[in-house]
Design a protein around this ligand. Structure first.
Ligand code: HEM
Length: 418
């Protein structure tokens, strides 16, 4: 891409919603990182893009100068431009809140997602993984996204929250679509009405859950939030926290594990090594987080002028923090496109940093580690049908996968080929 200097700004019309960006984001982001510390795209009302590791990290830590909040007219927030659903849907918190309000939500949620609490959840996670793999072994052909990772995540998240829904896949899909829906040329105007209708139908389960736990508390996360007193939350606030956990525990983790399963299909040396030494899987999950693109780049709005690397982000201007670009900054990670268990990827920004650091980091890493360990152990000869993979056309905020066909053995793949 071409970056030119205009009025003291490095400018390039980067379109993070385009098919070109979805396919070539790595090269585009590499070019931007090499060109300037911050690049201004004049599209979508104009926004800055930060790509260098140290700069992205410093900006992500500045939650006072750069807010995630959508603002009173809901025109800001963590996506550029603000998607249509943001006007009417409940906000998800703590991810769309700042200041004291954000910290109140985190204080109430943190104990249920801590390292220690997630360790206690291990048998529950193992039960969901094991049942899902039993089903895969029975059916021989499976979809990595929809038959392996999807049911495990939905099962774990629903059980932890206390949510009982008839069709978890449909429920998670409705939540995700409402938050991520961005109009494209092909989708027309009608699709959003459908998305909004599906969301409000499924959302009732969250409203009912919170109301039910007010009178019948149990031991799940929602019951604990209902009992919390410092401060006490309204039903609406608990619904908004539940929404954030649902969203976090779904498509991000799905994307990470699906990409890991695909990577291990292609790199047989690493696959054999991890099978022989399962203790290395936890460490490889950390490197997969650095290497793969999952969360594309949450956005911010400047609440005041912010000076960085000789550039002024003016009050009211928008900014995208490109976590994937930062994780591939060769100044931080030499040979960034290589998988390496030796590099020590622990400081990567795949789960953010600072105040908004991912609440579900321990949970996501545990689910990913257990799923990969059990898959390599019980389905050691699995193969992915790489030609059948379907991914999102618009990767402005998430590297989302719709489908990744696979089989238990190469013979199973051939046996059912058309
Ligand atoms: C591989 C899986 C995951 C990835 C890559 C990921 C990534 C992220 C990132 C980048 C952020 C920071 C966003 C920002 O700075 O604006 C974040 C925040 C968050 N994540 Fe995750 N996440 C994952 C899994 C999960 C899970 C399993 C949960 C379930 C609890 C979760 C819940 C949240 C919440 C609630 C926040 C908002 C935190 C705050 O604003 O204080 N995430 N995640």
């Amino acid at each position: 891409v071409d970056v030119e200097m205009l009025d003291g700004r490095a400018v390039c019309p980067v379109d993070h919603h385009s098919a070109e960006f979805a396919q070539h984001h790595r090269e585009i982001l590499d070019d931007l990182r090499e060109s300037a510390p911050l690049v201004w795209s004049p599209l979508y009302g104009g926004f800055w893009i930060a790509t260098r590791f140290d700069i992205v990290r410093r900006l992500a830590m500045d939650s006072a100068g750069l807010t995630v909040a959508p603002g009173p007219h809901r025109t800001g927030g963590i996506q550029i431009p603000a998607p249509p659903g943001l006007k009417t849907r409940p906000l998800f918190v703590p991810g769309e809140a700042d200041g004291q309000e954000h910290d109140d939500y985190r204080m109430a949620l943190n104990p249920h997602f801590s390292k220690q609490r997630v360790a206690e959840l291990t048998p529950m996670i193992e039960r969901h993984v094991s049942g899902t793999i039993d089903a895969i072994l029975d059916s021989r052909r499976f979809d990595v996204v929809n038959d392996l990772v999807g049911p495990i995540l939905a099962g774990v998240a629903c059980e932890h929250l206390g949510l009982e829904v008839e069709n978890p896949a449909g429920f998670f899909q409705a939540m995700f679509e409402m938050v991520s829906y961005t109009p494209t040329e092909s989708s027309g105007g009608d699709k959003f009405d459908q998305v909004a209708r599906a969301f409000s139908q499924e959302w009732q389960a969250v409203v009912d859950l919170v109301a039910d736990r007010r009178s019948n508390p149990r031991e799940d996360v929602v019951s604990h939030l209902v009992r919390w007193t410092t401060p006490a939350f309204t039903d609406e606030q608990i619904q908004m926290m539940t929404l954030n956990v649902i969203l976090g525990a779904s498509d991000t983790t799905k994307s990470l594990v699906s990409q890991a399963v695909l990577y291990l299909d292609q790199d047989r040396e690493v696959r054999d090594r991890l099978r022989r030494q399962p203790d290395l899987i936890r460490k490889s999950v950390e490197e997969f987080l650095r290497l793969f693109v999952v969360a594309m780049g949450p956005c911010r709005t400047a609440t005041q002028d912010v000076e960085i690397a000789g550039v002024t982000i003016k009050q009211g201007e928008r900014l995208m923090l490109s976590f994937p670009a930062a994780n591939h900054d060769p100044a931080k990670y030499p040979d960034p496109d290589e998988f390496s268990l030796e590099r020590g990827a622990g400081q990567h920004l795949a789960m953010g940093v600072g105040t908004h650091f991912c609440l579900g980091a321990w949970l996501a890493k545990s689910i990913s580690t257990i799923t990969l360990r059990e898959l390599l152990d019980r389905v050691p000869d699995y193969v992915v049908d790489a030609d059948g993979i379907r991914g999102a056309h618009d990767k402005n905020s998430l590297n989302h996968f719709e489908s990744m066909p696979a089989a238990v053995t190469p013979d199973d793949l051939l046996a059912s080929a058309p």
